[in-house]
Design a protein around this ligand. Structure first.
Ligand code: NAI
Length: 332
C-alpha cells in the first residue's frame, strides 16, 4: 500500500464535515487502496464535539485510516498535509452585516494561510468550502505565498451537481448522462449555470442539452434561478444548510483533481483567473476545467453569446467588489 496521504478537514466538528469525513475515510476521494492520516481542525470551544467525531470515526473501523489527529492549532493541523478541505468559516449571524462577515473570515483565512505557508507541503491541494468560498480562497492563497496559486481552489461543484441533476430530471435520464454543464463565477446567487455547451446521452445518442430540452425560455430563466437559489430552498425545507450534498461535491472536486477528468469532459472549479474569457486576473472565478496529472487547465475557446457575456461579467463584478472589501481588511 502507498505511503499514507495526509488530509486535513477544517470545521471538522460541523455538519458538512460529518458527511465528508466518512466519505474521505472510506476511500471515495483518494482511492480504496490509499491509506490516510486525517487531521481534524476546529476551534477550541468545539473540541469536545470534535472528540465525539473522532470516536465515531474510530468506530467506523476503516482500515485505510492509519491515524487521526484532532486539534485547535492550525500549525498542527496543516503540518505536511497533501490535501486540505477548508470547510470551517464564520457563519453569518442575525444582524451581521456582509462587511462584518467578510472581516471575520479574512481573519480566519489569513491565520490559516500563514500556518499553511509555514507547515504544509508545497504541493498541497486546497479546496475552500466555507463561505464566501471564492474570496476566502483568495485570502488563503495571499497569506501562503510559498505555495503555488494554482493549488488553491474553491467549491462550485455543488452548483454543477445541482444543475446536472435538474437537467437529468427534466430529460428523464440519470445524472451521469449529462456532461459539461458549466458554473461560471461566484458561489453565490450571481453564479451563472450554463448549459450552452452541455451534452446529454439520449437513447444512445449524444446531443446538445439545448437541443434536447427544446425550451430556451426554461434554460434562460427557471433553470438558472432554481440552481442559483437551491441552497436557500434547502435551508427553507431542512432548517439547515446543505451538508450531505456539499460534502459529496467537495469529494467529487478533490477526487477529480487527484484522478483527472475523462476525455473531452470538464468540471467546474473556482480557480485563480488568468484573464481567460475576459475575467479580471487574480479573481477566484469558477471556470470549466480539465485536469491531467493533478493539474487543472481552463477550457479555452468556448463561444460566449451576449446573454452569457452579461452573466459572466455580473458575477465577476460581485467577486471583484467582495475581494476589494476583503483586501481592505488585510492589515499588513
Ligand atoms: P457548521 O456551522 O455546521 O460547521 C462549521 C464548523 O466550522 C463549526 O464546527 C465551527 O466551529 C468551525 N469553525 C469556525 N471557525 C473555524 C476556524 N477558525 N477554524 C476551524 N474551524 C472553524 O457549518 P457547515 O454546514 O458545516 O458549513 C460550513 C461552511 O460551508 C459554511 O461557511 C457554509 O456556508 C459553507 N458551505 C459552502 C458550500 C459550497 O458549495 N461552497 C455549500 C454549503 C455550505
Amino acid at each position: 500500500m502507498a505511503e499514507p496521504l495526509k488530509v486535513v478537514v477544517t470545521g471538522a466538528a460541523g455538519q458538512i464535515a460529518y458527511s465528508l469525513l466518512y466519505s474521505v475515510a472510506k476511500g471515495d476521494v483518494f482511492g480504496y487502496d490509499q491509506s490516510l492520516e486525517l487531521n481534524l481542525l476546529d476551534i477550541t470551544p468545539m473540541m469536545e464535539v470534535l472528540n465525539g467525531v473522532v470516536m465515531e470515526l474510530q468506530d467506523c473501523a476503516i482500515p485505510l485510516v492509519k491515524k487521526i489527529t484532532a486539534t485547535d492549532d492550525p500549525n498542527v493541523a496543516f503540518k505536511d498535509v497533501n490535501a486540505a478541505f477548508m470547510v470551517g468559516a464564520m457563519p453569518r449571524k442575525d444582524g451581521m452585516e456582509r462587511k462584518d462577515l467578510l472581516k471575520a473570515n479574512v481573519k480566519i483565512f489569513k491565520a490559516q494561510g500563514q500556518a499553511m505557508d509555514k507547515v504544509a507541503k508545497k504541493t498541497v491541494r486546497v479546496v475552500v468550502v466555507g463561505n464566501p468560498a471564492n474570496t476566502n480562497a483568495c485570502i488563503l492563497s495571499r497569506y501562503a505565498p510559498s505555495i503555488p496559486k494554482e493549488n488553491f481552489t474553491c467549491l462550485t461543484r455543488l452548483d454543477q451537481n445541482r444543475a446536472q441533476a435538474q437537467i437529468a430530471a427534466r430529460l428523464g435520464v440519470t445524472t451521469d448522462k449529462v456532461t459539461n454543464v458549466i458554473i461560471w463565477g461566484n458561489h453565490s446567487s450571481t453564479q451563472f449555470p450554463d448549459v450552452a455547451h452541455a451534452k446529454v446521452e439520449l437513447n444512445g445518442q449524444v446531443v446538445p442539452v439545448p437541443e434536447a430540452v427544446k425550451d430556451d425560455n426554461y434554460l434562460k430563466n427557471d433553470f438558472i434561478k432554481t440552481v442559483q437559489q437551491r441552497g436557500a430552498a434547502v435551508i427553507k425545507a431542512r432548517k439547515l444548510s446543505s451538508a450531505m450534498s456539499a460534502a459529496k461535491a467537495a469529494c467529487d472536486h478533490m477526487h477529480d483533481w487527484f484522478v483527472g477528468t475523462k476525455g473531452s469532459n470538464w468540471v467546474s472549479m473556482g480557480v485563480i483567473s488568468d484573464g481567460s474569457y475576459g475575467i479580471k486576473e487574480g479573481l477566484m472565478y469558477s471556470y470549466p476545467v480539465q485536469i491531467k496529472d493533478k493539474k487543472w487547465s481552463i477550457v479555452q475557446g468556448l463561444s460566449i453569446n451576449e446573454f452569457a457575456r452579461e452573466k459572466l461579467d455580473a458575477t465577476a463584478a460581485e467577486l471583484d467588489e467582495e475581494l476589494e472589501a476583503a483586501v481592505a481588511e488585510c492589515t499588513d
